[in-house]
Each structure stands twice: as structure tokens, then as C-alpha cells.
Design a protein around this ligand. Structure first.
Ligand code: ZN
Length: 355
């Protein structure tokens, strides 16, 4: 059993009180990466540096540097200039109006408006999110209610989702002459048998998987499709295929060589023919065997699909579609930004970038 090593004496006692000394990860491990977090943020999370952290949040634009009073005085909005005053609350400071003395939270109008935990915990949770740490693990490790951890992760997800939608070209894969594999989990991918799968495939939500065959680890895109079962009508299956084709057009650059399966329910060779105008070369995995030059690709199918398959398997542990989608946003964010995930996320939460 690992002992929870905590730098903050207050939290240590909190954790010991809750009998929470059996976290699999220590706080030291949790705080160990990446360099940006360790060198820039971590020093401000130590006890006694709370004011420094809050000032830094203002400097980078995560908290407002000016505020006007919204108090109604004699039927008109006060609009008085507000300034920070020390307060005996978790934020240490709050806004106070110079004219009417009304107070406002320094979180108001910021990304953290609906978050209810200390800023130092917010920073830790955001870093944990950027490293793909499980929400339950973070709650245990930081001795914070799961609900509070969720509220911070929600901000991260919304920020990342908005950014991905408006910068989708960064996530596009393929291009002229580049091979892009098209498959779905679990219909096609589980056939690879990299991992044993005992689940009832009737109830698994299909996931469209697109993988660019260019470098290892493979760049991929994952997207949850509408649920269907083996007994679903042809119309439902058509709808699932229609949405899959839309995603392919959105994510895969024209001119890519699409490789798919011959007889699958979703994204079969026949189904993909309707995209021939964008992707003139569409081949089946079976058809690849006829091309000697493609043997290398066939021999490496498991390696190519491994990162994507791992993600699909992990997604099955989430019980709702929205949780799976949130998980995919996290995966796509980390895939794109790696060690710069946190820095990029904080940057996008700032005022100048969020509008
Ligand atoms: Zn006022």
C-alpha cells in the first residue's frame, strides 16, 4: 500500500481523517508532469502561496482584472468601479464596489464561475484531466467531492469541445496518397482479437474509428454513432451509416486512400462508394492482399489499431453516451497537444480566447 504523500499539511490531515491513505497514485506522482505544470504552476500550489496563484490567474487572463458593479441603486445600475479586498473566504479576495460597497465573487464571469473548490485544487484537477486521470482517482487523491472534481472537468470538456469544433482542421487526418483505415468498434475492430472481448456486442454503442497510416503511434479519430442492435431495421442502420459518412467527410482529407471491410454493417466497402468523388481509391482489407506493396500494412494492422482499440475498450466502462463523448474529447485533446495539453487548455479558458 502506498502512503499518500502530500505537501500541504492541511490536506494531509484531511486525508488521514477520511482514512484515504490507500490511493494508488501519490500526490507526488500526480504532480510530477508535465514540465510546464511542474515548473510554472506547482510552486504556487504550496501552502502560503495562495495569493500568488490568484494573482497569476489574473495575469494570464483566467480571472478578470477589472469589474463594474451590477447593483441596482434607485432603479439604476450602480456601474461603480470595483476593486479587490481581502476576504475570509476560500478565494482570499473578493470584489468590492467603490460607490455602494457591494461585493462580488472574483470567480464571477470566469470559466470557474460554477466551480466550488480552491483554485489550487482547480489547477491540479485541470492538470489531471489533461493527463487522462480518472475522476474517482482525483477525488480520492485530493480529498475532494467527486461532484467538485466533475465541475472542474466539465469546464475543461466544454473548453476543449468548443476548440476542437472551431479548429477541426487540426484534427483532420490523411491527404492525397495517405492511407486511412475505416472501421467500427466493436463490429470490425474486435475481430483483431488484440484484447479479449466477452461483451454482448448487441448492446455496445458503435464507435467509428478512423486511423491514419503514416506514423506510429497512429493518429486517429473516434466518434460515437447512434445505437443500433442486430434486430434494428434497415432504416436505423442507414441512419447510422449516413452519420458515419458525414464524419468521414469532415475528418478525412480528400484524396486519402480509404481502407475498409467488405461485408460489415457499418462503413462497408459498398457504403463508402458514395464518397468516391472525394476518395477515388477505396480498397478492402481483403483486397489489400492482392497488392504486394501493401503487405507491410497488413502485417502491422494490430499495431496500427492498438491505440484506437484501447480507447474503444476503455470507453465501454462509461455507462452513458455523454460520458463516452467526454472521454473521447479528452483523448483527442491529449493526442493533439501531448505535454502542452494543460497550457493550451488554460489559454483557451482565458477571456481573450473564449469569446
Ligand atoms: Zn456599486
Amino acid at each position: 500500500m502506498k502512503v499518500l504523500k502530500h505537501k500541504d499539511p492541511v490536506n494531509v490531515s484531511e486525508c488521514v481523517e477520511k482514512g484515504n491513505d490507500n490511493c494508488e497514485m501519490t500526490l507526488m506522482e500526480f504532480d510530477s508532469e508535465p514540465l510546464y505544470y511542474k515548473s510554472v504552476i506547482l510552486p504556487m500550489l504550496a501552502a502560503g502561496h495562495e495569493g500568488e496563484l490568484i494573482n497569476w490567474l489574473v495575469t494570464i487572463g483566467l480571472l478578470r482584472c477589472s469589474q463594474r458593479c451590477d447593483n441596482i441603486v434607485n432603479d439604476t445600475c450602480c456601474q461603480g468601479v470595483m476593486y479587490w479586498v481581502p476576504a475570509k473566504i476560500v478565494d482570499i479576495y473578493q470584489w468590492q464596489c467603490v460607490s455602494c460597497s457591494k461585493k462580488r465573487s472574483i470567480r464571477e464571469d470566469s470559466a470557474f464561475q460554477d466551480v466550488r473548490c480552491r483554485f489550487k485544487d482547480v489547477m491540479r484537477i485541470l492538470n489531471g484531466w489533461c493527463r487522462g486521470t480518472d475522476i474517482d482517482d482525483m477525488a480520492k487523491l485530493l480529498c475532494i467531492k467527486k461532484q467538485s472534481v466533475n465541475s472542474v472537468c466539465k469546464v475543461a470538456i466544454e473548453t476543449a469541445e468548443k476548440y476542437i469544433k472551431s479548429n477541426i482542421t487540426k484534427w483532420k487526418i490523411g491527404g492525397p496518397g495517405i492511407v486511412v483505415m475505416v472501421d467500427t468498434y466493436s463490429e470490425g475492430l474486435s475481430k483483431l482479437n488484440i484484447q479479449e472481448n466477452h461483451r454482448n456486442t448487441n448492446y455496445i454503442k458503435p464507435i467509428l474509428c478512423l486511423a491514419e497510416v503514416k506514423e506510429i503511434p497512429t493518429r486517429f479519430w473516434v466518434q460515437l454513432l447512434d445505437r443500433y442492435s442486430n434486430s434494428s431495421s434497415e432504416q436505423i442502420l442507414n441512419n447510422v451509416n449516413t452519420s458515419a459518412l458525414q464524419v468521414i467527410q469532415e475528418i478525412v482529407n480528400p484524396g486519402s486512400i480509404l481502407v475498409t471491410n467488405l461485408n460489415t454493417k457499418i462503413c462497408s466497402y459498398k457504403t463508402l462508394q458514395s464518397l468516391k468523388h472525394l476518395y477515388p481509391v477505396i480498397v478492402t482489407v481483403e483486397g489489400l492482399k492482392r497488392h504486394d506493396s501493401m503487405n507491410k500494412l497488413l502485417n502491422n494492422l494490430e499495431t496500427i489499431w492498438k491505440p484506437c482499440l484501447d480507447v474503444c475498450e476503455e470507453a465501454q466502462y462509461f455507462c452513458s453516451c455523454s460520458r463516452i463523448q467526454h472521454f473521447f474529447i479528452n483523448v483527442l485533446w491529449r493526442q493533439q497537444f501531448g505535454n502542452e495539453s494543460l497550457e493550451t487548455l488554460l489559454n483557451q479558458m482565458c477571456y481573450n480566447n473564449s469569446v
